[in-house]
Write a protein that binds this ligand. Structure first.
Ligand code: GLC
Length: 815
């Protein structure tokens, strides 16, 4: 953002008082940081040196290095944990508290040239000559690591960057999908108002690197929340270098097939819980829908225009003077009544909750937090105050388990008011500054589970722990509910508690385009549920840009329109009748896709795999497919190639190997050819993988209503002689009964011989089939000519075969 528009936004958003506080705070913070931080020691580099000797352990070893120590433990067949010393102890916030190592049989051996720790899948070698490598069980080297170097109180580690490898991960980056050639900072940061391509760092950084080479992956997760930097072949094109300013050097390291590695990472850092079904519906947001009557009018407008809607978000203006866990009784005279009325119509309210608690002795949350010592302090014991929306605010120390509990319990007020979901913002944590780092002073003290430390050790996990506090609170307070949390910041493990969105992107074509790579890299960072502010946050989109943004949003896990204060409304009808028509097509398509999206959500729950995947997924050997960042796979079945340029009426996309069918026209393409796809403003290029059985709901207006109408199974024939299996996962869509077995998985195998298709349908699980009927439809351009149904009843009706319920086998001929 240029200086003038930044200044104007600041004035509009925080007013003259806010600007004054930002100026004052920036100065105080600079002074504190300078006084607190030890003068930079000359950066001596001290390699820890090669392995001298080792003591075997049942699943690893304890090694003595020339200048330090190294513990190795196999934690999963494809994942090793390495801890170098000397270094301070530190909590492992990224690791799922429920994680238990399960490496299978491990062999620890001393060999002539060094030590080796081997699982059934991988061998970690520690040669006496220095360095480390991972080999597969055929003895092929998969990955190498140079012995780390101590730099002052910090660390530096490096690894070769093989030619032809693509590099992904690192959390949220406004960078290409292949991160090669860039330098990235590890420090969660609110870029202040808006960001665009190339801005770094952003709200959610994460020291996870995912390299892909010849279709195989290498994963490095540095479990180090300290500030750091990753250079991906920029200084030296053949190396990746990682630096941390402090902390213990803890690394989880593995190699193997990409999906398997990502699953191993998800076991370690936690798999995402199954979301409530409604979260996959359409969300309407803006800063801010207030007062209450405006929220009511908004929902009525959706209803009146026949547009689908599942959630409305309440931004900061619902609060009483931006005091968290309150609401403004003038603007929202009856919030519980509003929530109740909307809930009856199937619309949920999601309310924003920021971490900054207004410093105001007359306000209960502050008073209690202050009296009970819940807030962060400086080394001299004074409470840290920094300016955010409410003016001066105090910040709960979420690194203290007692504080997390206290904070979690505060959600009672909002739950009782009928709020269904929670949006955690500003949790980097962000503070208003006019220069310098927009966060708390580095001297800020944190409990860190009793180990103690300053803000450098706690900053990057602050957002994660805020969301954890809320999630655990809502689980305690309302055990039947599946919590829905949306978070801006986070770190490794955030997926255990929340979905994330990519923050304050600009409303321009560059912002739209860049968001695809950002979402893909978040997925390869273990965060499957992601969304983007549809329409862009800062600025006003043209009607065409808005239409294209809605089309992209339709295929992202979170589908939410949102915009800043002071911008024109971004409602489906705000851009005229043509764009409203386009919004209707795509909102309806979103609801039709819910059974498929929900199945992908369940798959993410089981495996940690992202819903939105690079075209190279799972094992393309062509690195080109791992670099495409203007198209993606949604699960296995769909390939989405959004239009990301003004005026474009079509585009090309390189196809992954296999047959693909144009969802609109039925035209067949054979990967790896390049498809040229038409896309007038009413269309997004969309292909289905041949052989897919795509479950589609009726185009209803609420997610919960999909079960009142027949389910469509759309059949995309495989190539002759081939077969493919598709899944459908179903349960109540809310609550936890699925964990006690109340779910069903329907498996559809579609096989083809010439013009004959055979659909075999098997079911696992006890949850009853919830749809009143099933329609089996051909891909566009095809017609059923003969039908036979076994193990069920059905008949041909127009272009579809209508079944009363599941059938064991359906055989059709098509022309
Ligand atoms: C931050 C959020 C944005 C929100 C605003 C006001 O900028 O990223 O989504 O609307 O704060 O709460």
């Amino acid at each position: 953002m240029d200086a003038l528009s930044r200044a104007l936004s600041a004035l509009r958003w925080i007013g003259p008082g806010g600007i004054w506080r930002a100026l004052r705070y920036s100065r105080t913070k600079a002074r504190l940081d300078q006084a607190y931080l030890p003068p930079r020691a000359p950066e001596t580099s001290r390699p820890l040196g090669p392995l001298r000797e080792a003591r075997p352990r049942p699943t690893g070893l304890e090694g003595v290095l020339e200048e330090g120590s190294l513990e190795v433990e196999a934690v999963l067949p494809r994942l090793f944990r390495l801890l170098w010393g000397p270094g301070p102890a530190a909590p492992e916030y990224g690791v799922d508290p429920a994680f238990r190592p399960d490496p299978g049989p491990v062999e620890v051996r001393e060999r002539e040239e060094g030590w080796s720790v081997a699982t059934a899948a991988l061998e970690l070698r520690l040669p006496f000559g220095g360095g480390l490598c991972l080999r597969d069980r055929q003895g092929r080297v998969q990955a190498r690591l140079e012995g780390p170097v101590r730099r002052g109180a910090g660390w530096e580690a490096a690894l070769p960057l093989p030619e032809g490898a693509t590099v992904h991960g690192l959390g949220e980056r406004a960078a290409p999908l292949d991160l090669r050639g860039g330098r990235y900072r590890l420090w969660n940061r609110d870029p202040g108002g808006a960001y665009g391509p190339g801005d770094d760092p952003l709200y959610l950084t994460l020291p996870l690197l995912f390299l892909v080479r010849r279709g195989e992956g290498i994963l490095l997760f540095f479990d180090v929340p300290w500030p750091g930097e990753v250079d991906v072949g920029r200084e030296d094109p053949g190396r990746i270098r990682i630096r941390f300013e402090g902390g213990p050097l803890r690394l989880y390291w593995g190699a193997g097939p990409v999906p398997e590695l990502l699953s191993a990472y998800a076991r370690l850092t936690g798999r995402p819980p199954l979301p409530p079904l409604w979260a996959l519906g359409y969300h309407q947001s803006r800063w801010s829908y207030a007062p209450q009557a405006r929220v009511e009018a908004l929902v009525e407008a959706f209803e009146g225009r026949g547009l689908p809607l599942d959630a409305v978000h309440l931004d900061i203006d619902y609060m009483d003077g931006y005091r968290v866990f309150t609401w403004d009784r003038r603007r929202f005279p009856d919030l519980p009544g509003l929530a109740r009325r909307l809930a009856r119509e199937g619309v949920r309210l999601v309310a924003i909750v920021d971490p900054g608690v207004k410093v105001d002795p007359g306000y209960g949350v502050y008073r209690q937090g202050h009296e009970q010592g819940r807030f962060c302090t400086l080394p001299d014991g004074t409470e840290v105050h920094a300016p955010v929306w409410p003016g001066w605010a105090a910040f709960p120390d979420f690194t203290d388990p007692e504080v997390r509990r206290w904070w979690g319990d505060r959600y009672r007020v909002l739950l009782e008011a009928g709020i269904a979901g929670f949006w955690n913002d500003m949790n980097e944590p962000a503070a208003f500054v006019d220069r310098g780092d927009p966060t708390l002073p580095l001297a800020t003290r944190h409990a860190l589970e009793g180990l103690g430390g300053d803000h450098r050790a706690a900053h990057n996990v602050y957002g994660l722990l805020m969301v954890r506090a809320g999630y655990e609170g809502v689980r305690r307070l309302d055990p039947q509910r599946r919590p829905f949390f949306l978070s801006r910041s986070g770190w490794a493990g955030i997926q255990r508690y929340a979905w994330v969105w990519t923050g304050d992107c600009r409303s321009d074509w560059a912002g739209l385009r860049a968001s695809v790579a950002t979402v893909l890299n978040l997925g390869l960072s273990g965060i499957p549920f992601v969304g983007v502010d549809v329409g862009g946050f800062h600025g006003r989109p043209s009607p065409e840009l808005f239409a294209r943004w809605v089309q992209l949003g339709t295929f992202l896990p979170l589908f939410r329109t949102h915009t800043a204060a002071g911008t024109p409304d971004q409602e489906p009808w705000s851009f005229g009748p043509r764009v409203e028509g386009i919004c209707r097509i795509f909102l309806e398509l979103r609801y039709r896709l819910l059974p498929y999206l929900y199945t992908l959500a369940w798959e993410a729950r089981r495996t940690g795999w992202p819903l939105v995947r690079p075209l190279g997924w799972p094992d393309a050997e062509d690195p080109g497919l791992w670099r495409v960042d203007d198209a993606f796979l949604l699960g296995e079945a769909l390939l989405v190639a959004p239009i990301l340029e003004p005026g474009a009426e079509g585009r090309a996309v390189p196809l992954p190997p296999g047959r693909w069918i144009d969802v609109w026209s039925g035209r067949v393409w054979e990967g790896p050819e390049r498809a040229e796809l038409a896309a007038p403003l009413e269309r997004i290029p969309l292909l289905a993988r041949a052989g897919t059985v795509l479950p589609l709901a009726a185009p209803v207006r609420r997610s919960g209503r999909i079960f009142s109408h027949p389910l469509t199974l759309r059949l995309y024939p495989p190539a002759d002689g081939e077969a493919r299996t598709s899944l459908l996962y179903l349960d109540e869509g809310e609550g936890w009964a699925h964990e006690a077995g109340a779910f069903r998985i329907d498996r559809f195998t579609l096989a083809r011989e010439g013009r004959r298709l055979e659909l075999t349908w098997t079911t696992e699980g006890t949850y009853p089939w919830p749809f009143p009927a099933v329609r089996i439809e051909p891909a566009p351009g095809l017609r059923w000519t003969a039908v036979r149904v076994e193990g069920g009843t059905g008949r041909q009706e127009g272009e579809a075969i209508v079944l009363e319920g599941p059938a064991a086998r359906v055989e059709v001929r098509f022309s």
